[in-house]
Design a protein around this ligand. Structure first.
Ligand code: AMP
Length: 359
């Protein structure tokens, strides 16, 4: 791959959802073309890109055409099958972030093992392969403990709290009888995150922290920059740098953190992609996270991450987005809609960034 990729080059995106759409819009601003590979005939991303290859992620014909069309390939969701990335690399494609980041992020046990190994603290945890593993693990961790599927959980899905030892082995079937992780409870006072970027030359750029509010496991609201002490900001920065460096990462990553009452930060999870808690950067930072990710994977210098103003980001879930005309008439509200054809309760349809004044 020519570094940096000159304008007119083509960035491939695996996945056609809203993150792919916003990545594509950012790439277009830098003069880059985008080709999307998605099984969806009519995806949010496909309506703003040069070309969509409609195909399954394991379709060899689609993968061959995709690899041939792109100068670099990235992705907008972390559950891209490992075989897909292997196949693309075998075809000579340049893929960023690399397969190690995907492998670590796809499995909660590998993820926490990696995090601890690079000095990024997490809750204590135990791997659970069968229901019979739960009693000893719960005894070691204490109740309540949180049982989560190792793979493919998101937005709080595939999780169940184990409150007491009676009947605790039933929890395994509640989450589908799949390999799992049992986590000690984090007694957090706040959920924070840091959007972190690393370029091809190892340059690192970190955004000010986000202060995140979830309902029912789904992000509702982010306030940024979060009001944190210098010590907390430095702790988050240290953690992010250890993770990015440990993975030899290229691109933007979301690092979700628990802030404990004593000020310590634990990593909840990492997302090897642009992240919902970074949407505030579109209207609140010098370089937004989508442009930053494209810059990184295309081998461009990273852009400045300074906050321009305070922002309150609100996700528009389901029918929230029906209020688009009213939202569009509010002077301090920047509206971002994803072009999804069907409104489904709880589905992420868009978000707004409310401009809240000087930093
Ligand atoms: P996750 O899917 O792992 O991001 O979890 C979804 C949400 O569940 C998090 O944003 C937290 O609010 C909560 N949560 C996850 N893990 C823990 C834990 N070990 N202790 C307490 N709360 C947790």
């Amino acid at each position: 791959m020519a570094t940096p990729l000159p304008p007119g080059s083509t960035v491939g995106i695996l996945g056609g959802g809203q993150l792919g759409r916003m990545l594509a819009l950012a790439a277009a601003r830098l003069g880059l073309d985008v080709v999307v590979l998605t099984p969806d005939e009519d995806s949010p991303a496909s309506r703003v890109v040069k070309q969509t290859i409609v195909g399954a992620y394991d379709d060899p014909v689609a993968l061959k055409a995709f690899a041939a069309a792109c100068d670099v390939i990235t992705y907008e969701f972390e559950n891209v099958p490992a075989d897909t990335v292997d196949a693309l690399m075998d075809l000579g494609a340049e893929v960023a972030p690399g397969p190690m980041a995907l492998a670590v992020a796809q499995d909660r046990v590998s993820e926490k093992t990696f995090l601890n190994a690079v000095g990024a603290p997490t809750v204590p945890f135990e791997a659970i392969d069968r229901a019979g593993d739960i009693p000893a693990a719960a005894k070691a961790l204490g109740h309540p403990a949180l049982l989560k599927t190792r793979r493919e959980g998101y937005d709080g899905k595939g999780q169940v709290w184990i409150e007491r030892s009676e009947g605790e082995t039933d929890a395994f079937s509640t989450i589908g009888g799949k390999p799992a992780i049992l986590e000690g409870r984090a007694d957090f006072v706040r959920e924070l995150s840091v959007i972190a970027a690393r370029g091809r030359d190892g340059e690192i750029a970190l955004y000010p922290l986000s202060d995140n509010h979830h309902e029912g496991g789904v992000l509702r609201r982010t306030l940024a920059p979060a009001e944190v002490s210098r010590a907390t900001a430095e702790q988050a920065e240290r953690i992010a740098i250890q993770i990015l460096t440990g993975l030899d990462y290229v691109g933007v990553m979301g690092v979700e953190l628990f802030e404990l009452a004593d000020g310590r930060l634990l990593v909840n999870e990492i997302a090897p992609r642009v992240h919902n808690t970074g949407h505030w950067t579109q209207d609140g930072a010098v370089t937004d996270q989508f442009e930053q990710h494209i810059r990184a994977v295309a081998g461009w210098p990273l852009g400045p991450t300074d906050a321009l103003r305070r922002v309150e980001m609100l996700n528009l879930l389901g029918e929230d987005a029906d209020a688009w005309a009213k939202l569009a008439s509010e002077p301090d509200t920047k509206i971002h809609l994803y072009g999804k054809r069907e409104t489904v309760a709880g589905r992420k349809m868009g978000h707004v960034n409310r401009l809240r004044g000087p930093v």
